[in-house]
Design a protein around this ligand. Structure first.
Ligand SMILES: [Zn+2]
Length: 133
C-alpha cells in the first residue's frame, strides 16, 4: 500500500436547473488527488483511496465516528451543566447566608435556583432532540 496522502476533490456537475444565468451544481462524484480516479461521493467516508491507497485528508467522518463524537460532546455538555449547576447553587447558598438577606429575597434566590435547573434541563433536552433527529 502506498504511503502517499491525498484528498477527495469534489466533481461538480450541473443539475439541469438554471436561473438568472446561474447553473445549479451538485456533487455526485469525487476525484482522488493522488491517482485521479473518480468515485461515487460516498467514497469521502473512506480513510484511504481504494484504488491507490493514499491516506485521505479532510474526509467525512463515518456514522460510527459521528456517533462517538456526539457521545463525547454529550458527556462534555453534561459535565459543563453539572459544574455550572453546582456553581450557581453555591453562589445562591452564599447569597442566602448573607446577614441582610430577608425571607423574601431568600425565596427569590430559591426561585432562581429552580429557574437555573430548568434552563439546564432544557439544554440537555435540546441536545438529545437534536441528536435523535
Ligand atoms: Zn487514489
Amino acid at each position: 500500500m502506498s504511503s502517499s496522502e491525498g484528498r477527495w476533490i469534489p466533481i461538480e456537475s450541473p443539475t439541469g436547473i438554471e436561473a438568472f444565468g446561474i447553473k445549479e451544481m451538485t456533487v455526485t462524484e469525487v476525484r482522488c488527488s493522488a491517482c485521479g480516479s473518480e468515485e461515487d461521493v460516498s467514497f469521502t467516508g473512506y480513510e484511504y483511496c481504494p484504488r491507490c491507497g493514499a491516506k485521505m485528508e479532510g474526509r467525512t467522518p463515518s456514522m460510527g465516528e459521528k456517533d462517538q463524537e456526539l457521545t463525547a460532546l454529550e458527556k462534555r455538555l453534561q459535565q459543563i451543566v453539572r459544574d455550572k449547576e453546582t456553581e450557581v447553587s453555591n453562589l445562591l447558598d452564599a447569597l442566602k447566608n448573607e446577614k441582610e438577606v430577608n425571607k423574601q429575597l431568600s425565596l427569590r434566590l430559591d426561585m432562581c435556583r429552580e429557574i437555573y435547573r430548568d434552563v439546564f434541563t432544557v439544554i440537555i433536552k435540546a441536545f438529545y432532540l437534536h441528536r435523535n433527529e
